[in-house]
Design a protein around this ligand. Structure first.
Ligand code: PAF
Length: 283
């Protein structure tokens, strides 16, 4: 496995290669969820293909300065995980190694990112699209792999690929969970011990709420109250950022379940913002 730190080195490596290329964009702090992305990438690439993992904490997708400052950085461990997963090339640029200091052009997505995380984190998905487009140009992959945990991110990137005519396939990979249901996230390592013990309630509540929506016992307008009640007895200070039932394609809120919808939640457990979702099938 090779590691390159500059765009020039990356371009040179890429130019020497004519086979199938699979890119897994990450911000590091890798865990078993990322390992699943890399394994899918390895399968897609076959033994002859090139699997590239980018590790870059993209400053322009953070809406809160303290979130960016505290984002975990575990490069030694990350490269060992990449090596074990059969990655061929890591692109790990310096913090100032991706954008020009007077950079003034960005990608803007205007529809799918108006709800959920897009509504709560202004500019977040524009930052994501911009860096993903840059990584796309730098690596010219056949396939880019993303985790389904960030389902709105996947939808927004698929829209960018469609609208900007990028000749690349997007491969979404299933969310990996702890046995207790907690979705793996780089942010879990920043939870207090108490919050980490209590955070599985998010997935458990999603499951309960989803089946009550399907049976009609809970109405779409009541989902926030349902979660508030479920979090009431926790010791951790919990603040709900949003709970929403949205159309799986448009990301717009639905008042009635006429086709499969997504129940999505973002919650601050202490200071740490966690997201998760579940598909709610038509009754
Ligand atoms: O999902 C992430 O880790 C990031 O949003 C991504 C896609 C690597 C862009 O910075």
């Amino acid at each position: 496995m090779k590691i390159v730190h500059t765009k020039t080195e990356l371009r040179r490596e890429r130019q020497e290669y004519s086979g199938r290329v699979i890119l897994v964009p990450t911000m590091g702090a890798l865990h078993d969820g990322h390992q699943a992305l890399m394994e899918s990438a390895r399968l897609e690439a076959g033994s002859e293909g090139l699997v590239i993992v980018s590790i870059f904490v993209n400053p322009i997708q953070f809406d809160r300065a303290e979130d960016l400052e505290n984002y975990p950085s575990t490069f030694e461990q990350d490269s060992a995980i990449c090596e074990a997963a059969g990655v061929d090339l890591i692109f790990a640029p310096a913090a100032d190694g991706v954008y020009e200091s007077d950079s003034s052009v960005m990608v803007m997505e205007k529809t799918l990112s108006t709800t959920l995380c897009g509504a709560q984190r202004p500019g977040h998905f524009d930052g994501v699209c911009t860096v993903v487009l840059k990584l796309y140009h730098l690596t010219q992959p056949d396939v880019m792999v993303f985790g389904k945990k960030d389902f709105q991110q996947v939808a927004v990137i698929q829209r960018m690929v469609r609208d900007l005519d990028l000749p690349v396939e997007i491969l979404p990979v299933e969310t990996v969970r702890e046995e207790n249901g907690l979705a793996l996230s780089s942010r879990n390592s920043r939870l207090s011990e108490q919050a980490y013990t209590e955070a599985p309630v998010i997935h458990a509540t999603l499951k309960r709420c989803s089946s009550e929506l399907q049976s009609g016992a809970v109405k779409p307008a009541e989902v926030t109250a349902f979660f508030q009640q479920a979090f009431e007895s926790l010791e951790t200070a919990v603040r709900i950022d949003y709970v929403e039932l949205v159309d799986a394609e448009t990301m717009q809120p639905v008042a009635e379940i006429r086709k499969d919808a997504i129940l999505a939640v973002a919650v601050f457990f202490g200071d740490i913002r966690l997201i998760d979702h579940i598909t709610v099938q038509t009754p």
